[in-house]
Write a protein that binds this ligand. Structure first.
Ligand SMILES: CC(C)(COP(=O)(O)OP(=O)(O)OC[C@H]1O[C@@H](n2cnc3c(N)ncnc32)[C@H](O)[C@@H]1OP(=O)(O)O)[C@@H](O)C(=O)NCCC(=O)NCCS
Length: 238
């Protein structure tokens, strides 16, 4: 299951919105996604994969070798049971079914590419400068939303998406720091931000979310993300 991380495009937005609706209670209008990409096209990323349509990685193969006739029959029977309207009798029909299933999967942006995660980021353009704070909103990035589809979690995808976005914020906009909000109860995301990406807690914002749960407002200094840093460059690879 190869995973590719690339810059998000306008063509990805409907599927990114679907991913968001599936994974998070904080949802946004399509206009809001579009605003991000049209205003800051360099800093939002998607993670994509090509399974299961790619024939090198599909049900016809076992450990890279063509499946034996018996194994193939077993697989065909299993799929046929789950799809009573279509009973494939040979490889071609099976492939057709796999492709048909892919088309029905709303994570697909085209026949061979499906979105499994995204990070949506912006510059902090809606905050007034605060004389008591050393944060300059115009040079501060803001991670609006991050999510990875359930079956693709714990593979390092969110970390890589975040790293790409942080690096792009630094490289493209010369952002000095980046902020985000996370629910107090979201242990997975908090662990990622605090322990893997070295964000620090700035404040606890009481009742920040619609359901009144508190948020940690977290910040990361981006000066550590020097594009010459080889460890960092290696870390971007998935
Ligand atoms: C939070 C989320 C984006 C993490 O995505 P992911 O691709 O699974 O994260 P990664 O694989 O990059 O994992 C990064 C670290 O978090 C840890 N982690 C991920 N999910 C975890 C979980 N459910 N419980 C505990 N730790 C978890 C990983 O183990 C890894 O740490 P490690 O290297 O020390 O083991 C994903 O769970 C998700 O989409 N959740 C729903 C949406 C959401 O909460 N978004 C964040 C809103 S602020």
């Amino acid at each position: 299951m190869p995973i590719n991380i690339r810059r998000a495009t306008v063509a990805d937005l409907i599927t990114m919105q679907h991913t968001n609706l599936t994974n998070l209670p904080e949802n946004y209008t399509f206009k809001f996604y579009l605003y991000h990409l049209l205003t800051w096209p360099h800093i939002s990323f998607v993670a994509t994969t090509i399974d299961p349509v790619d024939s090198s990685d599909n049900l016809l193969f076992v450990n890279g070798e063509p499946a034996s006739e018996n194994i193939l029959k077993e697989k065909i029977n299993k799929i046929a049971k789950e799809n009573p309207l279509f009973k494939p009798e040979n490889n071609d029909q099976l492939l057709e079914l796999i492709n048909a299933n892919a088309k029905m999967d709303s994570q697909y942006i085209n026949k061979n590419e499906k979105i499994v995660g995204y990070v949506l980021a912006k510059l902090n353009d809606d905050e007034e400068p605060n004389p008591d704070s050393d944060i300059n909103p115009a040079q501060t990035g803001h991670v609006t939303s991050l999510s990875v589809m359930r079956t693709y979690r714990k593979l390092g995808i969110a970390e890589k998406l975040m790293l790409q976005s942080l690096k792009a914020l630094r490289d493209t906009h010369n952002a000095k720091d980046v902020i985000l909000h996370v629910r107090e109860s979201n242990g997975a995301a908090f662990h990622l931000y605090k322990n893997k990406l070295d964000f620090e807690i700035l404040t606890v914002e009481k009742g920040y979310y619609m359901d009144k749960e508190d948020a940690y407002k977290m910040k990361k200094d981006l000066s550590a993300y020097d594009s010459e840093d080889e460890d960092f460059e290696d870390n971007l690879l998935i």
